[in-house]
Design a protein around this ligand. Sequence first.
Ligand SMILES: C[S@@+](CC[C@H](N)C(=O)[O-])C[C@H]1O[C@@H](n2cnc3c(N)ncnc32)[C@H](O)[C@@H]1O
Length: 256
Amino acid sequence: MNDWSARQYLKFEDERTRPPRDLLAQVPLGRAARVADLGCGPGNSTELLIERFPDAEVIGLDSSPDMLRQARERLPRCTFVEADLATWMPGVRTDLLFGNAVFQWVPDHPAVLQRLLRALPEGGVLAVQMPDNTGEPALMLMQEVARAGPYAGHPALEHAARGDLPTPGGYYDLLRPLCTHLDIWHTVYNHVIAGPAGIVEWFKGSALRPFLDALDARQRETFLADYTAKIAKAYPARFDGKVLLRFPRLFIVAVR
Ligand SMILES: C[S@@+](CC[C@H](N)C(=O)[O-])C[C@H]1O[C@@H](n2cnc3c(N)ncnc32)[C@H](O)[C@@H]1O
């Protein structure tokens, strides 16, 4: 997949930074010496970790050079490393592994979460948030557009959609045997967006990327026009012309 775009992702920085704030609020650590921000992106979630644990050694890791460039610019005193969560292992005595909006992109992430949790010392915390929105119109319409018109049968599009997350019960069975405390919850946000085109812009920074990466420039234009028309129908304007983007997210806090 092509590299992420920090600029596109940050168009909705306030909205995208609310879930990591809500996740961090539930991390039951008074102090921490070592903290890792997994899939740190442009450093927005890393900044929250530094504010909460000003004395800790906080590192950010990500697989995207563009995201890391932006993170280093934003937080020049912090250490950022390029790494793939599929294989990365935390250093000894890491107190907190914080992964906001990243594990939905990592193949077989439940096994990766188990591996990371096992690597924590007693009392260490794994805190994770993932979008649980594959049943929402915004995501289902990406597949509907991909299956229609000139793109039908395009092999790369067939694998562009993210799979559904396991259920909370599934995560409980996988993680509870490895920890002393496990908290799993959902929050449904209703983001106020200027209009349907804003919803398209939002997803160009995340779930639309694998679809758009599979197409050439001309196909991409047609795809986006078709998708925008469908989004406008699925997300009707409120009294002031704005639209509400309903966005369910799953949160997990596990204490080793
Ligand atoms: C949606 S952004 C999240 C950014 C930030 N943590 C936040 O809270 O807004 C997801 C990030 O995960 C990174 N990512 C995706 N797959 C990864 C992997 N296998 N290993 C490391 N980082 C990954 C992407 O490069 C991207 O920067």
